[in-house]
Write a protein of this length. Structure first.
Length: 271
């Protein structure tokens, strides 16, 4: 299915009563604007196409669900304001991700690695909203309090993993589809616990928002497998982050650059 076909499907399912549509063919981006709320969101259609090739109609249904839930949350915010006891989580994004909202309000962020940055999200149940500076007054919180709350709540997320073994290497996947899978990379106690069970090099990968891959790399072939895994997930993710992986050692993240088959180059980088 082509990008234009995806756009037509979204228009059909979302309708024209609540939304106006503007499709940028060059960038393959669809801008949705809610006619009542006067707020909008941008969908990277090329990512939906890639996911459609893998999941078919389920990929479109996921986008429609996300759009509806996001605007319902916006409407609830306008009518009721924020909860006095908000639940806040950290979320990982690529460093290329915009640091300000569409309205120009700076998001609350923390530097993480050269490839990733930490944002903070107000959990709204079926969706979440990235926290910008304007929201601090409504939340009755400071920037420091937001970050401290996120550090605490991420430790309460489930760390159940699925295990797979390839060519003598072991890979663990966290894929709860709760919007915070990649955020588990910030749970230091969990990472330290995993390190105790890993006999080879411990790697961490956050190719997109909805997966964290932990590798127990025991031979050189493992790095080739890891590169293929991360590139695949990076390609099909709705919110891609980075195709690079990281060596985890002593609480630090060191990006891995796989230059050629069975050859690995490392560049020091603090997390």
């Amino acid at each position: 299915m082509k990008a234009q076909d995806i756009v037509k499907q979204l228009q059909k399912r979302l309708g024209s009563v609540d939304f106006t549509y503007a499709f940028d063919q060059e960038k393959e981006q669809l801008r949705l604007q809610h006619t009542t709320l006067q707020q909008g969101m941008t969908i990277q259609v090329s990512q939906v196409v890639a996911k459609y090739n893998e999941k078919q109609e389920a990929a479109i249904e996921e986008v429609v669900y996300t759009v509806k839930q996001t605007f319902q949350a916006m409407q609830s915010e306008q009518q009721q304001g924020f909860s006095h006891a908000p639940t806040i989580y950290p979320v990982i994004r690529a460093t290329s991700f915009p640091t300000s909202s569409k309205e120009g309000e700076p998001f609350i962020t923390t530097e993480h690695t050269a490839e990733t940055r930490i944002f903070y999200a107000l959990d709204l149940g079926t969706t979440y909203r990235l926290i910008d500076e304007r929201m601090l007054t409504s939340l009755q919180m400071t920037t420091t309090q937001v970050k401290e709350a996120a550090r605490f709540t991420v430790q309460g997320l489930s760390t159940t993993t699925k295990r797979d073994e390839v060519a003598g290497n072991v890979f663990y996947f966290i894929n709860q589809n709760d919007g915070y899978d990649a955020s588990r990379i910030l749970n230091d106690s969990f990472l330290q616990e995993m390190r105790q069970h890993i006999t080879g090099d411990m790697t961490l990968s956050v190719p997109h928002q909805d997966v964290l891959i932990i590798g127990d790399i025991r031979n050189e072939t493992g790095y080739d497998v890891l590169a293929q895994l991360t590139m695949h997930y990076f390609t099909v993710g709705m919110v891609p982050i980075t195709s690079l992986s990281f060596i985890y050692e002593d609480g630090a993240l060191e990006p891995i650059f796989i230059l050629a088959k069975n050859k690995v180059d490392k560049e020091n980088h603090e997390s």
